[in-house]
Ligand binder design. Structure first.
Ligand code: NAI
Ligand SMILES: O=C(O)C1=N[C@H](C(=O)O)C[C@H](O)C1
Length: 270
């Protein structure tokens, strides 16, 4: 019997010269379900690991020339918005990993009123999946966070995230997603970003702390504590491969779906 294998998903990578873009290209080379047809970058025209890299300023031309099924975007919000809008016109699905959009773009329903307009608008024409973190461990953490907050009402809640010195947005997109999950699971008074000077902790506040140092790939810790006990839920990414592979899994999963918004939890559930 002749086995017909599923066709490869054709992927275009934006932010191709960045830490994540390069990693996506490397990880894709080791898989047989995806093929990166090209990258786009504002920094370089040429190639990375044999994959052509085209100027980001000619994104529309690149879409027409390479005819990808899915865009995988790890860039910056101001570029990402443009890429996604062009993809909607060209009927190309979008997997967006970029973080640092406006604060309320990370609400549980990030496409709701006040959310990221470019993603919401594009999702009316093509499938769009945005995730602040493509690791499966973080999906498990988000579920654990919800359970812990429900089970421990009245406990003080603090989040600490640590990333490499080059990270531009703070708190991380993942920390914002954890915050949304905490607030949907319990009654809280507000977020307090860092502390200095004299101010007593108020009950119900959520402390948020961002550290930037060296090459840390990404660590997130949720601390719940009362006078008698502490619960710490920690996720540590050991390599960017975990994010790149998750984004490629999302691209394969998203290709061929109808217009709309999708969540990485749906990819993980299958
Ligand atoms: N969702 C997830 O699992 C993950 C998300 N990220 C997010 O991905 C994004 C990129 O992270 P890194 O690769 O570390 O950043 P990076 O700084 O190494 O790369 C950014 C890329 O975007 C490009 N770029 C910057 N400004 C541009 C513009 N105006 N027009 C076109 N291209 C532009 C740069 O040339 C570069 O290729 C960040 O928002 C980061 O938080 C990072 C890791 C995992
Ligand atoms: O910039 C990074 O590196 C990362 N960014 C994402 C975020 O902002 O949460 C995901 C991961 O933590 C790495």
């Amino acid at each position: 019997m002749t086995r017909v294998s599923a066709p490869e998903t054709r992927v275009l990578v934006s932010g191709a010269t960045g830490r994540m873009g390069r990693r996506v290209i490397e990880e894709a080379a080791a898989r047989d379900d995806v093929r990166v047809v090209a990258g786009v970058s504002r920094d370089l025209s040429g190639e990375i690991s044999g994959i052509p890299v085209e100027p980001a300023g000619e994104f529309g031309v690149v879409l027409a020339e390479y005819d990808p099924d899915v865009l995988v975007d790890f860039s910056v919000p101001e570029a990402s918005r443009e890429f996604v809008a062009d993809c909607a016109e060209a009927n190309v699905a979008c997997v967006v990993g970029t973080t640092g959009f406006e604060a309320d773009e990370f609400a549980e329903d990030e496409f709701a009123e006040g959310g990221e307009a470019a993603l919401r608008e594009a999702s009316e024409q093509v499938p769009v999946l945005h995730a602040s973190n493509f690791s499966r461990g973080i999906q498990a953490l988000l579920r654990a966070v919800e359970g812990a907050v429900r089970d421990l009402p009245g406990y003080d809640v603090e989040i600490t995230e640590s990333h490499h010195r080059h990270k531009r947005d703070a708190p991380s997109g993942t920390a914002n997603a954890i915050l949304d999950r905490i607030e949907s699971a319990g009654e809280f008074g507000g977020r307090v970003h860092g502390r200095e000077g004299e101010s007593l902790r108020e009950s119900g506040e959520i402390g948020v702390h961002a550290r930037r140092a060296g090459g840390i790939r990404g660590e997130h810790e949720l601390l719940l504590a009362n006078e008698h006990e502490e619960l710490r839920l920690t996720h540590r990414a050991g390599s960017r491969a975990v994010f790149a592979d998750g984004a490629l899994d999302a691209a394969v999963w998203l290709a061929g779906r109808g217009a709309g918004r999708y969540d990485f939890s749906e990819v993980v559930a299958e």
